[in-house]
Design a protein around this ligand. Structure first.
Ligand SMILES: *Cc1c(COP(=O)(O)O)cnc(C)c1O
Length: 549
């Protein structure tokens, strides 16, 4: 076998040109996936009961295999060990994360993209892909900023400027936005040659400040922490401002936080508004934030990684009003544009902003060239823009509108189901298509607010344990899935966090029947002995409270 595989490999011509016989495992898997992805996933993701620790044993060999193997033998391993033990994110009952189903055409189109293997860092390895990516950026820019036709005609393919940067996702998009803002604030001036050349320490000295800060609500995505770290600002200088009862940044607290910075001679680099928080899907008051950013003269960034595509919806677009005043906006295509993972964008209102991070090299990215790599953080990049272009063209504005409207409608339906159900308590109302809730039976819901704080705390801790246990067991059973998080709920003590289920309604196939099934499965898990034991502890606690009254 090994000998034969080696002989096969020695003829290198074969592995770079001739495919294996179509009846090989690879051929069959490939055919099955191409014909019907949903059935393939349903049929082959099977090993749900194994723990991750167990699965790790299948992946513990630590040296590179000495001998080559046949592609089909490898595919056999892949099918049994990797595919079988992966997560069925496209299942309609998987309503816990932002990663869900893909339109069928993304798969064959991805193959074309892979076959072409274009590198978007420079024109020499991408040609038409470069203007295509710039077109995608212009379309998204237009969705947000709605500038004139003239504006887009001027800037779309202008070699010295860019309407945005395409990247692998929201994390890099947010980092790029703050990077550009930082370099623009510390641009070359007077005798100072700019932060890009002289570094942060000299920049602080030159502007005579003690540091730079980024202001955002407590619901910020953790990528902003990474960004402040990477950019040298320090995570301490990501100022997390408290939210109001609707999970939006509290403008009064924002102003107080700002004054605190001024007092310590720390400059606000940027104010970040969130359009669709990762945990609860809420939208910050973007108009008020734009006003405030203008007042204090700092960069206004909107993290619309999740919620950006809401702009496609005539009905819901107004939820994001004020976004068009942002200096930069992050949008993830691999979330609500339904593109495979690895596609994010940051758009800049002013096409000159990205010049602040421009970089040139001699063999590529030459001054005046149209190489996209001169203003992206990443170097070599795949042609993912092609898939965004495909989505925008095939699904179209109206198609995305349908998807967005449906998701928001479903989230409202789910919220009603939860409210009507005797065992559950809605924690955050959906504004977009994300909501949180928890297990909290009716008999307890009515009494919980009347308990003294310590007892309320104790009961909430037990409920936390129940939610955690239910979520874990539900995930392990693999039929349906919601995620969980911890957050402060406005109806309970303000400095206390509770554990909640989090549901994201982005798969159009997750209908009301499936959402009911999610709740029913959770109820069934609660009836299991170990969970009942926790519930008994709550009963005992309540009883002792009543006796003491
Ligand atoms: C998902 C998300 C991000 C991060 O995006 P990645 O693509 O995971 O890097 C940032 N901000 C928000 C609001 C998000 O929802």
């Amino acid at each position: 076998m090994t000998e034969a595989a080696l002989a096969n490999l020695k003829n290198l011509y074969r592995i770079f040109t001739v495919p294996e016989a179509p009846d090989s495992t690879l051929g069959r898997v490939d055919q099955a996936i191409s014909q019907d992805v949903a059935t393939f996933l349903q049929k082959h993701i099977v090993a749900l009961e194994r723990s991750l620790e167990d699965i790790e044993k299948d992946f513990s060999a630590c040296s590179v295999p000495e001998d080559p193997t046949f592609v089909s033998d490898y595919t056999e391993f892949l099918k049994n060990k990797l595919v079988a033990q992966s997560v069925h994110t496209a299942a309609p009952g998987f309503v816990g994360h932002m990663t869900s189903a893909l339109p069928y055409f993304m798969l064959p189109l991805s193959r074309i993209m892979t076959a072409l293997n274009q590198n978007l860092v420079k024109v020499e390895t991408s040609k038409a892909f470069t203007p295509l990516e710039r077109q995608v950026l212009a379309m998204m820019h237009n969705l947000i900023y709605r500038e004139s036709e003239d504006f887009y005609r001027t800037w779309i393919h202008d070699s010295r400027h860019a309407l945005g940067a395409f990247c692998s996702g929201g994390t890099i998009a947010n980092t790029t936005a703050l990077w550009a803002a930082r370099n623009q604030l510390f641009k070359p001036q007077g005798g100072f040659r700019g932060i890009a050349e002289e570094g942060l320490f000299k920049a602080y000295q030159y502007l005579q400040c003690q540091g730079l800060a980024v202001l955002v609500s407590r619901r910020a995505h953790y990528s902003l922490k990474k960004a402040t770290d990477v950019l040298g600002l320090g995570r301490d200088n990501l100022i997390l401002v408290d939210t109001d009862d609707d999970n939006r940044i509290d403008m009064e607290k924002l102003k107080t936080a700002y004054l605190g910075l001024v007092k310590n001679n720390i400059r606000p680099l940027a104010l970040v508004g969130i359009a669709g928080t990762t945990e609860t899907g809420h939208v910050d008051p973007l108009e008020a934030m734009a006003d405030f950013a203008a007042e204090i003269g700092c960069h206004f960034h909107v993290d619309a990684a999740w919620g950006g595509p809401t702009l496609f919806s005539t009905t819901h677009r107004a939820l994001l009003s004020g976004i068009e005043r942002a200096d930069s906006v992050t949008v993830d295509a691999h979330k609500q544009l339904y593109v495979p993972m690895g596609a994010g964008m940051v758009l800049f209102k002013d096409p000159k902003t990205l010049s602040a991070i421009e970089h040139h090299a001699n063999y590529i990215l030459r001054l005046g060239s149209k190489d996209l790599g001169s203003h992206t953080l990443e170097g070599s990049r795949p042609g993912m823009a092609m898939l965004v272009h495909a989505g925008l063209s095939i699904i179209g504005r109206k198609g995305y509108e349908l998807l967005i409207d449906l998701g928001i409608e479903r989230a409202r339906q789910f919220a009603e189901l939860i409210n009507a159900h005797p065992n559950f308590e809605l924690i955050t109302r959906p504004e977009l298509n994300i909501l949180t809730y928890r297990f909290n039976p009716e008999w307890l819901q009515s009494r919980l607010p009347r308990l003294v704080p310590e007892q309320q705390l104790r009961v909430n801790q037990l409920l936390d344990q129940i939610v955690l246990e239910v979520q874990k067991r539900q995930r392990e059973a693999g039929k349906t899935f919601v995620s969980r998080t911890r957050l402060r709920a406005s109806k309970y003590a303000q400095d206390e966090q509770i554990t909640v289920f989090r549901s994201v309604l982005a798969n159009p196939l997750s209908d009301e029947k499936i959402l009911s099934a999610v709740l029913e499965e959770q109820c069934a898990i609660v009836r299991e002995t170990e969970v009942q034991r926790l519930l008994d502890q709550i009963r005992i606690l309540l009883k002792s409270t009543e006796n003491s009254l």
